[in-house]
Design a protein around this ligand. Structure first.
Ligand SMILES: [Zn+2]
Length: 83
């Protein structure tokens, strides 16, 4: 097997994802890693996506962002908040 530069290793953290272990390659020949999200969900992520920052969570980060944005929008519409 040809050597490759391993740019991701178990224990690495990419935003909300912690790398657990490398997964066997599939037909796509892309390196994939099993990661655990901060929320506890496990997700297989393609190495390139981790390095490019395209995948930062199991999907919960996006949900949180949308929720936060809609909350801000709602507060702006009301003008004042009671918080
Ligand atoms: Zn998550």
């Amino acid at each position: 097997m040809a050597e490759r530069k391993c740019r991701v290793k178990p224990g690495d953290i990419f935003t909300r994802l912690t790398v657990i272990k490398e997964l066997p390659q599939e037909k796509t020949y892309q390196y994939r890693w099993l990661c655990e999200c901060q929320c506890g969900k496990k997700k297989a992520v393609i190495e390139t996506y981790l390095l490019k920052g395209q995948t930062k969570s199991c999907g919960c980060l996006l949900k949180d962002t949308i929720q936060k944005q809609s909350k801000i929008r709602w507060q702006n519409r009301k003008g004042k908040t009671n918080e």
